[in-house]
Design a protein around this ligand. Structure first.
Ligand SMILES: Nc1nc2c(ncn2[C@@H]2O[C@H](COP(=O)(O)OP(=O)(O)OP(=O)(O)O)[C@@H](O)[C@H]2O)c(=O)[nH]1
Ligand SMILES: [Mg+2]
Length: 494
């Protein structure tokens, strides 16, 4: 039975990225997928899940297009749950396009974005969270995101959300029992049990909600902003960490105007590294706009690398930057190769050790002197903590870069807690909003139930809404399953 209007039509798409490549895959799904392929290939074989070599021709002209491998899948044992076919043709710009045109001419239509996975959801092959995980695996820019997405595809988050949903349904059953047997001896016990169940539920919802910070950080990467005065080697440091010459580097102060971003995968926490325009007073309008962008990034930073190219200037730079951001600041002394006391590669102190004790003392001293600040660090001791993380680097020799990468990871772990592998994470705003809504509804139920202003059966509407929010999150939850559960907690004969 088609679940969507028109979902019984057969769709086709090139499933591999465009451009040169050894192979490209044209994929079809729908009731007539096999029929369509049989019209364009010869020989045609209906052997399931066995790739075979055949000839693909234009169904109108009979002209040979390629010699592809064809694999067919018989419903429901396929990705979408429908009849499917995959035609593996040679890659490049021409053959895949001709192959797609051939299957369209033979009766398929062009697929919409995500339509294969959408059909998989509609046919119960996966839920919404798993469908999102498919997208996340494809888009993963880091091992951490890949790992989280794989866990989600495996059903990790679905199981956790389903458990929460079960708990709400159990609470609802308890309420129904309380309504039906108010005169029972264990009436007050039931009330205590209900209060306990609500508290447990709120705690569990909070625990899941608490993963959203980590989840969204892993998905988007932590914003690590490189900031400082012009010409201090920020873009050079950015390029050295990214691994290629992404940003323009010159000896002219004010080179970087707009902020540049790159995702780097240097440890547990994926990092979105941001190179910004050097901060200074300027009459150049474009540069000033760039500085405003730097200031915006500083406000949304998770960690800031405050760069100064001499020990003397670094102190002032750190204080200035700290006044512009709430994020932890790592002081970075750049161009370490120009400094006799710089740390050669491989001989640096272990990560986290104090590389700049002298500067730390001087900062504490000057901070006591009452420097003008607009927030950020609030006491000299905060600056002390900041300088404990300081690092000397050279973009030219690579010295200190590994220490800096470790320092960034350690700062993120200190801020967000150590990552626990294989715990389901809320990685999207949609997830967070759904669980937050469920929590709010549970709290509203508690209030209504405690106040006793409305009958409990009416207050329980909030529990239904909480369950609904979690069901929307998972998607594709069979309505029978919900109804079964609700009616199983009703009394016989009611
Ligand atoms: N010796 C040495 N020179 C460096 C190093 N890093 C950068 N430089 C030089 O410092 C100058 C400025 O480098 P940039 O990376 O453009 O500096 P920036 O901070 O991005 O400058 P703006 O974008 O203008 O704010 C260039 O001439 C670089 O070659 C380094 O590690 N060692
Ligand atoms: Mg620059």
């Amino acid at each position: 039975m088609p679940l969507l209007p028109g979902s019984d039509d057969t769709i086709a798409a090139i499933s591999t990225p465009p451009g040169r490549g050894a192979i490209a895959v044209v994929r079809l799904t729908g009731a007539r997928a096999h029929e369509v392929v049989a019209r364009v290939v010869s020989p045609w074989r209906d052997t399931e899940r066995t790739a075979y070599l055949t000839a693909l021709s234009d169904p109108m002209t009979g002209e040979l297009i390629d010699r592809p491998l064809v694999t067919i899948y018989v419903a429901p044992a396929s990705y979408t749950g429908e009849h499917m076919a995959e035609i593996s043709v040679h890659g490049g710009h021409v053959v895949p396009a001709l192959a797609l045109a051939a299957v369209i001419a033979a009766g398929a239509r062009h697929a919409h974005p995500g339509e294969f996975t959408r059909r998989a959801v509609m046919n119960g092959k996966m839920d919404l969270l798993q469908a999102e995980a498919v997208g996340d695996i494809i888009d993963a820019g880091s091992r951490a995101m890949h790992h989280a997405a794989l866990h989600q595809l495996d059903g990790g988050l679905t199981r956790r959300i389903s458990e929460l949903r079960e708990t709400i349904l159990e609470l609802e059953a308890l309420i129904v029992y309380d309504i039906d047997f108010p005169e029972e001896d264990d009436g007050p016990i039931a009330s205590r049990r209900i209060a306990g169940a609500i508290a447990d539920l709120a705690g569990s919802l909070d625990a899941v909600l608490a993963t959203s910070g980590t989840g969204e950080l892993i998905r988007g990467g932590a914003n690590v902003v490189i900031a400082g005065a012009p010409n201090t080697g920020k873009s050079s440091l950015f390029n050295a960490l990214v691994g290629y010459a992404r940003a323009i580097v010159t000896d002219v102060p004010g080179t970087t105007r707009d902020a540049l971003e790159a995702l780097i995968d240097v440890g547990e926490w994926p990092v979105r590294l941001i190179d910004t325009a050097g901060i200074r007073e300027t009459s150049d309008m474009i540069e000033r706009l760039g500085i405003e962008v730097s200031e915006r990034w500083l406000r949304s930073a998770d960690v800031v690398l405050a760069c100064g190219d001499t020990a003397e200037t670094l102190t002032g730079v750190v204080r200035q930057i700290a006044s512009m951001t709430e994020a932890p600041v790592i002081p970075v002394r750049t161009k370490g190769d120009l400094d006799d006391e710089s740390v050669p590669i491989g001989e640096g102190p272990p990560p986290g050790s104090n590389l700049q004790l002298q500067d730390e003392e001087s900062v504490i001293h000057s901070a006591r002197g009452g420097a003008e600040r607009r927030g950020g660090l609030s006491s000299p001791n905060d600056l002390k903590g900041t300088f404990e993380r300081s690092v000397i680097v050279s973009a030219h020799t690579g010295a200190g870069l590994a220490d800096l990468a470790r320092g960034i990871q350690a700062t993120l772990s200190a801020k967000h807690g150590e990552r626990v592998q294989d715990t389901p994470l809320l990685t999207r705003d949609r997830h967070r909003r759904a669980v937050a809504l469920a929590r709010q509804e549970v709290m509203e139920f508690q209030e209504a139930w405690q106040n006793g202003v409305v009958p409990v059966s009416i207050a329980a509407v909030h529990l239904r809404a909480a369950t609904g929010a979690l069901e929307d999150l998972i998607g594709a939850v069979g309505i029978e399953q919900v109804l079964d559960r609700v009616f199983s907690s009703f009394c016989v004969g009611k």
